[in-house]
Design a protein around this ligand. Structure first.
Ligand SMILES: C[S@@+](CC[C@H](N)C(=O)[O-])C[C@H]1O[C@@H](n2cnc3c(N)ncnc32)[C@H](O)[C@@H]1O
Length: 203
């Protein structure tokens, strides 16, 4: 089964990173990428993952959308996108950044708590209707790294959790809420950093 558009007969010419060390020079600041959100990831990360694990017109679901880095890459790479975030300011920021251009019918974003199954299902239902789809082909998660960067005051914000066991318990719920919408035999990627507390590694 194919899940990307890469020509494997020309793998030597490909710039896709397949080893465990990704060396990325300068942050991509082109187009809509403004690097305004503390805690965002560099656009080359979702770019690599999208090209490696999806084909054109596939749908990417991102339950921690943040400032829209993955969405901007999806637009560039002709993929459809569904994104949720608990931070209303980011929902507005991304909405404004996207405007209502040609890509309008290819993405759906919502201010939503990804830990709440009912909210996720409802939002996914609306997204499916808007995009004319039934499921997603890739799930990408870039959650808070516990409480290293505090995003909002919402009690369901994962960045309020300073305990590893509690974090894992809540993160598992978000995984379950999202992964039930992922097609069989497709991929799920998590991008997360190390957390040290009292000089000890904990996540
Ligand atoms: C590390 S940031 C993602 C940054 C994003 N990749 C970018 O490039 O801008 C994590 C995001 O998760 C959001 N978040 C935290 N808890 C959440 C929850 N329960 N449901 C949805 N979003 C949540 C935060 O508001 C924050 O925007």
């Amino acid at each position: 089964m194919r899940w990307n558009d890469l020509d494997m007969t020309k793998w030597q010419e490909s710039d896709i990173n397949t080893d465990s060390l990704w060396l990325i020079n300068e942050r991509d600041k082109s187009g809509k990428h403004k690097n305004v959100y503390h805690g965002n990831f560099i656009p080359q990360i979702p770019n690599q993952l999208i090209r490696r694990y999806t084909q054109e017109n596939d749908v990417i679901l991102e339950p921690f959308m943040g400032s829209g880095t993955t969405l901007f890459e999806c637009e560039k790479l002709n993929r459809k996108y569904i994104g949720f975030d608990i931070n209303p300011a980011m929902f507005e920021y991304v909405n404004n950044a996207m405007g209502d251009g040609k890509y309008e019918n290819n993405f759906y974003i919502n201010h939503c708590n990804s830990m709440d199954e009912q909210q996720v299902d409802k939002s996914l239902g609306n997204a499916n209707e808007k995009l004319g789809i039934k499921s997603v082909q890739f799930v990408l998660m870039h959650p808070p790294y516990m409480d290293i960067v505090k995003f909002t005051d919402d009690e369901n914000d994962m960045s309020k959790i300073d305990n590893i066991n509690e974090f894992v318990k809540k993160f598992k719920i978000i995984c379950e809420n999202s992964l039930k919408h992922l097609d069989k035999d497709r991929y799920f990627a998590v991008v997360i950093g190390d957390v040290y507390k009292k000089e000890r590694y904990c996540a």
